[in-house]
Design a binder for this molecule. Structure first.
Ligand code: GUN
Length: 291
């Protein structure tokens, strides 16, 4: 069994990005600048955004964090987005999800300039991705493709089951893996909460991606021997033995599934760090697009 080490792989990608940034600076080209908007004080979201900003510093990007109160109105948020759209120094920005209930997420995502949409959530980028045209790929699916590529996990002709049809992970990943691309050409099944007899489907799969957001959902009896397992889940589970009072659990029961898997991502240290590295890669791309 081989651990797909997202921490190490993302560090390698960040090193590559840092070299590209240093070269840009030497050549007198613009330093990439990523901005992030966070609304409210959700603990997990703040951790993710802080980690994104810290990673910017590591690769030599400029970064801006815009921190808005929980009671921000939709109009105020749309105004902030317009400022970033018009700010010549900002190459790309993200609005951290989820948003408070008074704000229409779709309206917000549509307000982001597609050329600065480094999350790849704008309908223009989703459409381009679906048609296999150049676009910003959403960071988590992109990170999973990159991890599979760097560990030379074969996807062509393989049976892949993606569990979870979210707009951020499951749906785009199912599209990407089915496309004619280096990491692709797979026969993909997109399973979800209405899927019947899921275990009989996952047991047939060469690759299972668990992206449904239920802690330790995928168990050893649901996978075949030698399968590759990608765990996208990250849930805080109450654990009084930990200093923070919780532990981080994936969607995969690592204990039982790792006994059967040939490749498996850990949580933490698997898909999570890859997501951040690919956001940086998209930001570098956004900056290069403007040269
Ligand atoms: N919330 C969970 N994942 C993501 C992500 O990839 N981008 C943003 N903006 N919010 C998220």
């Amino acid at each position: 069994m081989i651990i797909l080490d997202g921490k190490k792989t993302s560090d390698n990608i960040k090193d590559e990005i840092a070299i590209a940034v240093a070269k840009r600076k030497e050549a007198g080209l613009k330093t990439p600048h990523l901005a992030a908007i966070i609304v409210g004080t959700d603990g997990a979201s703040m951790t993710y955004v802080n980690s994104k900003v810290k990673s910017c510093q590591k690769v030599g990007f400029n970064s801006t964090l815009i921190d808005l109160p929980e009671d921000t109105t939709e109009e105020q948020l749309l105004h902030e987005i317009e400022e970033l759209n018009n700010d010549k120094d900002i190459d790309g920005f993200i609005v951290q999800l989820p948003l408070p209930k008074q704000i229409d997420e779709q309206k917000v995502l549509m307000a982001v300039d597609p050329d600065k949409d480094v999350d790849g959530f704008h309908p223009v980028n989703v459409g381009k991705m679906t048609l296999d045209l150049p676009s910003f790929l959403p960071a988590t699916p992109y990170g999973i493709l990159e991890l599979l590529e760097r560990y030379e996990v074969e996807t062509s002709g393989k049976k892949v089951v993606v569990i979870g049809r979210s707009h951020i992970v499951g749906r785009p990943l199912s599209i990407l893996l089915s496309q004619k691309r280096k990491v692709g050409n797979a026969t993909v099944t997109l399973a979800h909460s209405r899927t019947r007899d899921l275990a009989s489907i996952t047991r047939e799969a060469d690759i299972v991606v668990a992206a449904l957001g239920i802690a330790e959902f995928l168990t050893g009896d649901m996978v075949k021997d030698g399968a590759t397992i990608i765990d996208v889940g990250i849930t805080r589970v109450k654990d009084d033995s930990k200093k923070r009072g919780y532990r981080l659990a994936g969607d995969v029961d690592f204990e039982s599934v790792s006994k059967k898997a040939s490749f498996i991502t850990p949580v933490p240290g698997g898909v999570g760090p890859m997501t951040i590295a690919m956001l940086l890669k998209n930001t570098l791309q956004a900056c290069e697009n403007r040269d």
